[in-house]
Design a protein around this ligand. Structure first.
Ligand code: PLP
Length: 385
């Protein structure tokens, strides 16, 4: 990437996908290249440098370059899902290595760490979110090789200090990987705060339209650990198809507008919900009442994101009933799309979840905030009818 591209604002780089024009026909959007294999010259050389599409499809390159520019990284890799991106990092560890993760994090990844990772002789410690002394105490000198952080953490949106985690990782001689799915590269850049690798479930805000499953990793350094991650992708082939990669880039071209609007809507709904009857707690890092607000205000630039949770007075049944009465919010899992979603998380996560039973997770979309507030109001009022 040229220095000129680096100095251009994120909004311009996003809207223009780094200004790229299709080299073959000068179309202002890239083509879709479904070919899986590339012709060799008679002398045995590969004139375009491409051999096989498992890691060399042209449709991966622009989204990867754009993610590099947005996160301030050296290299990015697309994956077929956020989970496959996360697993490529963990599988770069060696049997007997130790890693640390927060107690509250994306449940499916936590479950994998608790089950499969342990069977493959990886030692995993979970520490309470936001507790740096506990993190320091969990380090096993010479053995701890990876710290995994998710902030704000799904589904309570507890906030951790990335720079502090980076300091602990550095002192331990370990890598720090940060799941930046919820904050997006618009609001937080973990690499600039000392992290080594950033991970995204590109299924969420990056794509933004609930029609692509994809993941991404961005690295600060092309070191030996990253080389092992590269091998995991190349050999494992957990990559999106060319059409999915193309759709992802199309979605990304409005990322800044969607994130800004979702953050504004979420803040309006959080403020309103703080005053509303029937809500035990509003969990949103943008509220002064949120435990991690001071860190979030320092670490998140330009907004606090579109994810929040409401804890409903009366427990599980009351929360389920409020979800059932919502009309505009769709009852569905996932997050980061243009449409607002609601989910009773504890019943999805099952036994052993740290998620409160009365918690409804809201993924706030880009609709009218007034309409969404009115929908929540009518669902809460229905409690007494
Ligand atoms: N990280 C976070 C914060 C998530 O919310 C999710 C999915 O919900 C993932 C990772 C996994 O991503 P994917 O569903 O793309 O595999």
């Amino acid at each position: 990437m040229t220095d000129e591209k680096k100095s251009i604002s994120s909004a311009t780089n996003i809207a223009q996908a780094l200004g790229a024009v299709d080299p073959a026909y000068k179309s202002v959007i890239p083509g879709i290249y479904p070919g899986t294999t590339y012709e060799r010259e008679a002398d045995g050389s590969y004139p375009t440098g491409r051999v096989y599409s498992r890691d060399q499809n042209p449709n991966y390159e622009l989204p990867e370059q754009l993610l590099c520019a947005l996160e301030g990284g050296r290299e990015a890799l697309l994956f077929s899902s956020g989970m496959s991106a996360a697993l490529a990092v963990v599988q770069a560890l060696r049997p007997g290595d130790h890693m640390i993760a927060p107690a509250v994090m994306y449940w499916s990844f936590r479950n994998w760490l608790l089950t499969v990772a342990k069977e493959w002789k990886l030692e995993v410690s979970f520490v309470p979110n936001g507790d740096i002394p506990a993190l320091e105490a969990a380090v096993i000198p010479g053995k701890t090789k990876l710290l995994w952080l998710e902030t704000p953490a799904n589904p309570t949106w507890v906030v951790d200090d990335i720079a502090e985690w980076a300091r602990v990782a550095k002192e331990a001689g370990a890598h720090l990987a940060v799941d930046n799915t919820v904050a997006t590269p618009l609001l937080t850049n973990p690499l600039k705060l000392g992290a080594d690798i950033v991970m995204h479930s590109a299924t969420k805000y990056l794509n933004g339209h609930s029609d692509v499953l994809a993941g991404a990793l961005i690295t600060a350094a092309e070191d030996d650990f990253w080389a092992r991650v590269q091998v995991n992708r190349k050999a494992g082939g957990a990559i999106p198809g060319p059409f999915e990669a193309w759709l992802l880039l199309r979605g990304m071209r409005t990322l800044h507008l969607r994130v800004e609007r979702a953050s504004q809507n979420a803040m309006a709904i959080a403020r309103h919900s703080e005053q509303a009857k029937g809500i035990r707690a509003v969990l949103y890092p943008g509220l002064e009442s949120h435990e991690g607000h001071a860190i979030a205000a320092r670490q998140m630039k330009g907004g606090f994101g579109g994810m929040m949770s409401l804890c409903i007075e009366g427990g599980t049944e009351a929360a389920m009933a409020v979800a059932a009465r919502l009309k505009l919010f769709k009852r569905a899992t996932s997050l980061g799309g243009v449409e607002s979603l609601v989910e009773h998380r504890a019943s999805i996560e099952g036994e052993g979840t740290p998620c409160p039973p009365d918690l409804l997770r809201l993924s706030i979309g880009i609709e009218s905030a007034d309409d969404l507030v009115a929908d929540i109001e009518q669902a809460l009022e229905g409690r007494n009818t």
